[in-house]
Write a protein of this length. Structure first.
Length: 437
């Protein structure tokens, strides 16, 4: 079985290395040897270490490589939307199976890839697109196909998890933790895709699509990053027995009219220390799946890195090879449910609100009245005097309020109205709270 490999960066070079080192085992598992037909790269002559491949296998003509008659499978680890989308659509329509790690493309236009795979009778595998080496997508697509999944909650970005874990452990602010992550190689020179939640949102779209048999795109995912999380937020979470994580949350439920729908969102949130995801530290990933019959399931491991991602890519290559030899196809896309995606305002969550207020009689009653007007129930109230870590400069005192579950729109409207109270000097922070109720 001959492979066209598109890309030879951190992941691509690991794929090539593992293909060489494990060639005998991979051939035994598939039933046929694997050969590299060619490797498409942006620049020839670049130093690629001691990769065990002949120099003539490298080419800058990716499309020409894909169209060769001797190519059976295309492995894409280039990333980005174009030209990757055009390459993969052409390959699939020509009947060539595709293994990709391209989460951005799958979230942006996975429908085009699935349709092309159906047209060409080819396989489309993408285990490496979410959570690196963790076997996650195939269990959702196959193992749990006989069950009903109600909720998927995950930590799917290692960079942000490292930053938030460092803030929790050391008390550092966001900027200091990001600097450490960059020095250690956990954060890119431009960390925007990670810290602003774009990477996690793409993965959330893929997870929701598989879990709920519905096409969900990146544009359907509500997204917030972690750049506004402060050391004071982390300290307040600790005081509540919580920690802060960037979560992707996909949940099945009813919309405002009572119809079944899904909610998909990515944002930082406080979670109780007893939650299974609370202990996931460093750059690790974990996904918590709640199914009706199977119950709660936890998937945990390395979510990024060349070797970890290459492991998932090769797992897909083995599956594709077996299918080709057996003359069968992988399970096709399952989007029969076609559920609507609820707007963020209808998502049910809880808020942690920190208010800098005047320390005088009647303030708490006025604040509580705003929550009552929006039908938001208060779970706990904690007051700290000025000068504490939680209090802002110029505040007489700080009120820390945690609500019961309510629609996000009602919670957001409550916060907006609080800004208009004379007694409220400023709103120091607002964070969602997940789990524990």
């Amino acid at each position: 079985m001959r492979l066209a490999i598109l890309g030879c960066g951190t992941v691509g070079s690991e794929v090539v290395r593992l293909l060489h080192e494990q060639s005998a085992d991979l051939a035994a598992r598939i039933g046929a040897p694997l050969e590299i037909a060619g490797i498409a790269v942006r620049r020839l002559g670049r130093d690629r270490g001691n990769l065990p491949v002949a120099p003539e296998l490298f080419t800058t003509d990716a499309l020409g490589l894909i169209k060769r008659d001797d190519v059976d499978v295309v492995v894409e680890v280039v990333g980005g939307i174009e030209p990757a989308r055009s390459w993969l659509v052409d390959a699939l329509r020509a009947g060539k199976s595709v293994v990709t790690a391209n989460k951005a493309l799958l979230a942006e236009d996975g429908a085009a890839l699935h349709d092309a795979a159906a047209d060409g009778g080819a396989d489309l595998y993408y285990e490496a697109a979410v959570a690196g080496a963790i076997p996650l997508l195939r269990p959702l697509r196959e193992s749990l196909h006989g069950d009903r999944i109600n909720r998927v909650t995950g930590i799917v970005n290692g960079t942000t998890n490292f930053i938030l874990s460092a803030m929790d452990a050391t008390g550092a602010g966001f900027a200091e933790a990001l600097e450490e992550a960059t020095e250690l190689g956990y954060a890119e020179a431009d960390p925007t895709a990670d810290v602003e939640g774009f990477d996690a949102a793409a993965k959330a779209a893929i997870l929701a699509s598989l879990a709920f048999h519905t096409r969900v795109g990146a544009a359907d995912v509500y997204r917030e990053g972690i750049t506004e999380v402060t050391a004071a937020d982390v300290a307040s979470a600790k005081a509540m027995g919580c920690t802060i994580k960037l979560l992707c949350i996909a949940a099945r439920g009813a919309d405002a009219t009572g119809r079944e729908s899904v909610s998909v969102r990515v944002h930082p949130a406080m979670i109780p220390l007893g939650h299974p995801l609370a202990s996931v530290g460093d750059a690790y990933n974990a996904v918590f799946v709640e199914a009706e019959a199977a119950g709660p399931l936890m998937f945990y491991g390395r979510g990024a890195g060349g070797a970890a991602t290459a492991s998932a890519v090769l797992g897909d290559v083995v599956a594709v090879g077996r299918n080709r030899l057996a003359g069968v196809r992988a399970p096709s896309e399952s989007a029969y449910a076609d559920l609507a995606v609820r707007p963020m305002g209808e998502a049910l969550t809880r808020y942690h609100v920190s208010l800098d207020v005047a320390d005088k009689p009647g303030v708490l009653a006025a604040v509580a009245g705003v929550f009552a007007r929006h039908d938001v129930s208060i779970a706990t109230v904690r007051q700290a005097p000025a000068g504490t870590e939680s209090a802002g400069r110029g505040a007489d005192a700080v009120l820390v309020i945690v609500t019961h579950t309510a629609p996000d729109a009602a919670l957001a409207a409550t916060v907006e109205d609080l800004r208009g109270l004379d007694a409220v000097r400023s709103i120091a922070s607002v964070l969602r709270v997940e789990g524990g109720e």
